[in-house]
Design a protein around this ligand. Structure first.
Ligand SMILES: NC(=O)c1ccc[n+]([C@@H]2O[C@H](COP(=O)([O-])OP(=O)(O)OC[C@H]3O[C@@H](n4cnc5c(N)ncnc54)[C@H](OP(=O)(O)O)[C@@H]3O)[C@@H](O)[C@H]2O)c1
Length: 323
């Protein structure tokens, strides 16, 4: 099969488009013919090995996964003998560590759910990783209630475009922060208010928020706290890739030291893929409440170009890979 291979950290140029063996599913696995994937900042960290402090997780000397890619949407080709919930021919989607920049991937059954019936493979592949993040941020971390005010910094990116819609579905009054060219799009997906950060400084507004979901990490803690309700939550959901050694660690350390001494909750989280949440995302999508925004699609052999585009950090929704 064709796949994008990585054997050392670096820029997108280290990726190679090659012929490799088709994987064979074990008893608990599903062989998926991958029809689409997407690029996430998560995959970018595995490509670059940055921040370096996290190398034990990425692979100390070289990337631990030979094929990158976490999101997938595709068709079941074969199943192991203990697989019970899916059948060959089923259209599925999900998030996996198996590597999805390839024509086939072997995936644990629990990592898959039926593809939403109203989405194409490209749209479905835009959802899992960013969708888990947005859902768990709004529902579990932010505990958003109807009528609450939510500000989303980085509302126009992969996580932000889903978080705006999910927060609205929870009944929140949503303010999105983005650049000029994305203002109309962020409004069109449901934001009640949009702040163009090239014109206005959202941290100097007099409006207070119950939740600030921060997908960018470009302001100081005191600036974020200034716009939080006295019992509000600041939720850091960003990797700050410009710090090559520590990533967001210094910011997060200061936050956790300060948090116990203030009324506001200052916290960060790492989203976890779960079967239940994949079904919850499917429900929102099939009800018409959640629609992924796809910026652009690249064919498999152009995954390096997809990363070059992603690492400008101005994707408008999701960047997908068609296979
Ligand atoms: N904690 C977790 O579990 C988790 C999971 C997934 C992702 N993440 C992190 O969440 C962050 C966002 O991920 P993503 O997939 O949404 O990334 P993305 O698709 O690359 O989004 C980038 C967005 O950042 C916005 N942006 C850039 N500069 C900005 C600025 N100065 N002010 C406001 N917005 C700005 C861009 O908006 P404009 O083009 O409009 O400027 C763009 O829409 C990343 O740091 C990622 O590592 C964390």
């Amino acid at each position: 099969m064709k796949a994008i291979i990585i054997d050392r950290y670096g820029k997108p140029d280290v990726l190679r488009f090659e012929e490799v063996d088709k994987p064979v599913p074990d008893d608990h696995e599903v062989l998926v013919r991958v029809r689409a994937s997407s690029v996430n900042p998560y995959d970018w960290h595995y490509l670059t090995g940055l921040p370096k402090l996290f190398r034990p997780a990425f692979g100390v000397f070289r990337p631990k996964y030979r094929i990158l890619g976490a999101d997938l949407a595709g068709q079941v080709e074969a199943i192991g003998k203990d697989v019970t919930r899916v059948r060959p021919g089923d259209e599925v989607y999900g998030q996996t560590t198996a590597g999805t920049y390839a024509e086939y991937a072997t995936v644990a059954e629990a990592e898959l759910a039926p593809k939403p019936v109203n989405l194409t493979f490209e749209q479905a592949a835009a959802v899992p990783l960013a969708g888990f993040t947005a859902l768990q941020a709004i529902r579990d971390q932010g505990k958003v209630q109807p009528g609450q005010k939510v500000l989303i910094n980085g509302a126009s990116g992969g996580v932000g475009t889903l978080a705006v819609q999910i927060a609205r579905s929870f009944g929140a009054e949503v303010t999105g922060v983005c650049s000029t060219s994305n203002v109309d799009m962020v409004r069109s997906i449901g934001a009640n208010h949009v702040i163009d950060y090239t014109r206005d400084d959202f941290t100097s507004s007099s409006q207070l928020y119950n939740l600030v979901l921060d997908n960018v990490g470009n302001r100081s803690l005191s600036e974020y706290r200034r716009i939080l309700e006295p019992k509000g939550t600041y939720l850091a959901c960003h990797g700050q890739p410009e710090n090559r050694w520590l990533g967001p660690l210094w910011f997060l350390a200061r936050m956790s030291v300060l948090s116990p001494f203030v009324g506001q909750k200052l916290t960060a989280f790492v989203a976890k893929p779960t079967t239940e949440d994949l079904h919850a995302l499917t429900e929102l999508i099939e009800a018409g409440t959640l629609t992924p925004v796809v910026d652009r699609a690249y064919p498999l052999r152009e995954v390096p170009d997809a990363f070059r585009y992603l690492e400008r950090w101005h994707a408008r929704g999701k960047v997908v890979i068609t296979i």
